[in-house]
Ligand binder design. Sequence first.
Ligand code: PHE
Length: 429
Amino acid sequence: MATTRDHFGSRAAVIMAMAGSAIGLGNIWRFPYMVGEYGGAAFILVYILCSFILSFPIFLSEAVIGRGTHANAIGAMKQLAPRSGWMALGYLGVITPMVIVSYYSIVGGWSIEYFFKSFTLNFGEFRPTGWVPLIFNTIFLACSAGIVAFGVKDGIEKFNKISIPLLFVLIVLIMIYSVNMPGAEKGVEYLVKPDFSKLTGRTFAFALGQSFYSMSLGMGIVVTYSSYVHKDENLVASGVGTVLAALLFSILAGFAIMPAVFSAGIAPSSGPGLVYETLPHVFSGMGASYPIIGTIVAVLFFFSVVVAAMTSSISLIEVGVAFLVEEKGIKRRTACLLVFLLAWVLGIASVFSMNAFGKVDAFSSNFLLTAGVLLVVLFVGWKMKKEAVREEITNRGTVNNKIFDVFYFLVRYVAPIVVVIIFISNFVL
Ligand code: PHE
């Protein structure tokens, strides 16, 4: 079977695809606000620690499952733990991304709508629900599924290889403009001023939750993408590249957004309010004094949001498609159509009600994701044979031998305890 499967062509391709999944709305609309509210540079420090001490080993654990089996999320578990309770990990790995893509694509749709509105800087009131969002959601989903239909190499790899470098260039351009706006210093200060008194257990839980979401962990994505990684590729190197790319993008997004918001004299916010209410205000304000500049910045920004969301949504779609192709013998194109239809139907409630949208988001990103992460670390740390895990991380003893023990300790002991605490705190906080 392995010979009929696609592979990513190079390490750069692996990192671009993984970073494409990681870099998305989480980096743009949640991270900058969290930094400002939870301690500035002090929060960034905690976030970096969480990324390397927890998210990174969890990422590698999923990569061990995916690359070790070269199979989709459910197929992988069928190979490793057939007919056992661990199959739940496989099923969760396919269900969670389906649920997430159903509302994630709605945001993608809003972004397409705002991209068009940017040309006139006439944004009007933000209307997140109704027929117009449904139409743009359909367009966004169809484009994402269309890219996946081209295949791993000709669709996903190609799209990410262009999009990720482009996203970095665009966000740096916007950042340069933003930090030079009058009064931008206050925004910079908001992001960097360290306030260690804000670092509570709660902040830590938020940082970790955000880091898991941002790295697309616990939902079959890293398993599926790494199943397309070549046996000789160094997983640790690809993983480090991905973590660094996602971190860097988050920080750049912060410096692209917050200085402009403060320069316009508006209070910062997060989520849809930041991207579809606050920022349109900022862009229109720029446009009042320099119409062309306001338009250019707005167009580039919303274009970036669309692309960042799409590189994430194609990773969500690929999980379901890989499952249908490999387990059900369905043709890739048909599988893409089926996933598109299912996501579209699942999204109907959210597209007509923000209440439903919020519930689906909270349920999937707090509950399903955390459950998935917990099962992954328990499986790799306690159920798989240590030697099998070592083989995969060290490429049969040729690389990473020194860090293996550290990785294994983190996955076996540290991660499960911390994730259980997060799981419980999601219910009580
Ligand atoms: N990681 C993406 C982001 O930060 C979101 C995402 C979550 C993508 C889950 C895929 C899976 O926006």
